[in-house]
Design a binder for this molecule. Structure first.
Ligand code: ZN
Length: 458
């Protein structure tokens, strides 16, 4: 129970841009992918490069001589099983779950959001959730890593934290995809943030509260076994620490990959560090934002040398690093439209074919900033979700999702103004949300010991 006060305080409110329940015709959704980096440095590359559009999982090609006769025999043997699988068609998703179907855009455009699976992780009381989606594994379902962060006064003395790898598996008997824990990696401190490499989604970075930056790689080992009556495909999954380095500016508040081999870490003291990721994690340079209030609270990379940072007083800056070189490092800082409260979330999106950044502050106010035309006035979205400050966004930038109470998911169509809720079945207040790059999966948490996964059919 919250403590009740006898005193009434001033009511702060803002009116929604659109009236609730209003029906509008939706503007044609745009199709887009991540912005490509202009150039990539191959000299420091150590990981296998995969094109993100086709990437499913990290595979290691065998350079050894192949016995073609044995291969032909094996292919003949597995062919009936493969054919039988293909005839079954794609795996239908769990349809026993509640499906919320709102025809809120137009008659032929529907968004189906369904509550999907609960992931139970052990954590100390009042822990927060942290997660990142990796590469797609099966049926449009990406692998997932999750962890919890215990409450802190200042120092982190949680030496028993873990990072869990969850792999989506097709259940043959039940005909659905189920997330299963495959790996539990011990950590020496709580994680402050996690970030998947958008150029190679098997690689991800994490910053621990003790100030270390870790780079991990996820790989699968497929083994084919002959179980007399049937051929079985057994897979194991590993998370390898590829490299690690201590940050001179403490734990990062945000991590972002500006290219396949360059990671930017953002720190509350106003510093941005560029790291070169290779066999080792090398500190390339650091840049300081010299503004009145420089305590960074959120950040997002837009391309190889541009990022947006949000700070504690609600200011936002478009930062362009014109030279990463140690001798003549250079960063240009341009202010964007300011919020009244601390920036909590920044999301890169494409809105009406225009590269944009969504910013959300502590009060739940969302602004949409056009990045290709920063001189244009930012579109202000006044979302009636007071104090919702963890948000995610649909691929077309039209729907904003936010974790609700007791495992529910609230979503708001910024074109039509329609606000909907998928009811949850858990207990507590969620404060974390992450949407997969394909826009099909959302994870929210932490509700006591549980994360909640949602599936979006779009
Ligand atoms: Zn801790």
């Amino acid at each position: 129970m919250d403590e009740l006060s006898e005193y009434s305080s001033e009511i702060l409110e803002f009116m929604p841009t659109q009236q609730l329940g209003k029906q509008c015709k939706m503007v044609g959704a745009c199709v887009s992918t991540d912005f490509e980096a202009s150039s990539q440095d191959k000299s420091v590359e150590t990981t296998l490069r995969l094109h993100t559009s086709t990437q499913t999982e990290l595979s290691t090609s065998l350079q050894t001589h192949v016995d073609e006769q044995r291969l032909a025999l094996w292919l003949r043997k597995i062919y009936p099983a493969v054919e039988a699988q293909l005839l079954k068609g794609i795996t239908p998703l769990n349809n026993c779950c509640e499906t919320v179907d709102h025809a809120f855009t137009s008659s032929n455009e529907k968004l189906k959001v369904q509550i999907y699976q609960k992931i139970t992780v052990g954590g100390t009381e009042n822990s927060q959730g942290i997660a990142t989606w990796l590469s797609v594994h099966t049926n449009n379902a990406p692998m997932l890593v999750v962890s919890t962060r215990s409450p802190h006064d200042s120092w982190c003395d949680h030496l028993q934290q873990t990072l869990k790898l969850l792999v989506p598996n097709r259940m043959q008997t039940a005909n659905l995809v189920v997330y299963t824990e495959f790996k539990n990696l011990p950590l020496k401190a709580c994680l402050g943030c996690l970030s998947t490499n958008t150029f190679n989604k098997s690689i991800f970075a994490g910053s621990t509260m003790d100030g270390d930056i870790h780079i991990w790689g996820c790989r699968s080992n497929n083994r084919v076994g002959d179980n007399k009556s049937s051929i079985t495909l057994a897979s194991t999954y590993e998370i390898d620490e590829l490299c690690c380095s201590a940050s001179p500016h403490g734990c990062a508040v945000a991590l972002c990959w500006s290219s396949e081999n360059r990671l930017l870490s953002f720190h509350s003291n106003g510093f941005i560090i560029s790291w070169v990721v290779g066999k080792e994690l090398i500190l390339e340079n650091d840049f300081q934002i010299k503004v009145q209030v420089s305590e960074i609270t959120a950040a997002i990379c837009l391309n190889a040398n541009t990022c947006v940072v949000g700070v504690k007083d609600g200011s936002l800056f478009l930062c362009t690093i014109t030279s990463f070189g140690t001798m003549r490092k250079q960063m240009e800082v341009v202010p964007l439209k300011k919020h009244s409260f601390m920036i909590t979330t920044l999301i890169k999106t494409v809105f009406n074919n225009c590269p944009s950044v969504l910013s959300c502050d502590l009060s739940g106010q969302v602004l949409c900033h056009s990045i290709s035309h920063p001189e244009e006035e930012s579109r202000v979205l006044r979302i009636p979700l007071p104090f919702k400050n963890a948000i995610a966004c649909s691929k077309d930038g039209h729907v904003i999702y936010s974790p609700g109470a007791d495992g529910s998911l609230e979503y708001y169509n910024i074109v039509s103004g329609v606000h909907s809720i998928v009811k949850g079945t858990l207990r507590g207040k969620g404060n974390f949300i992450a949407c997969s790059d394909n826009g099909n999966w959302i994870i929210t948490g932490l509700y006591a010991d549980d994360f909640q996964i949602f599936y979006i059919d779009n």
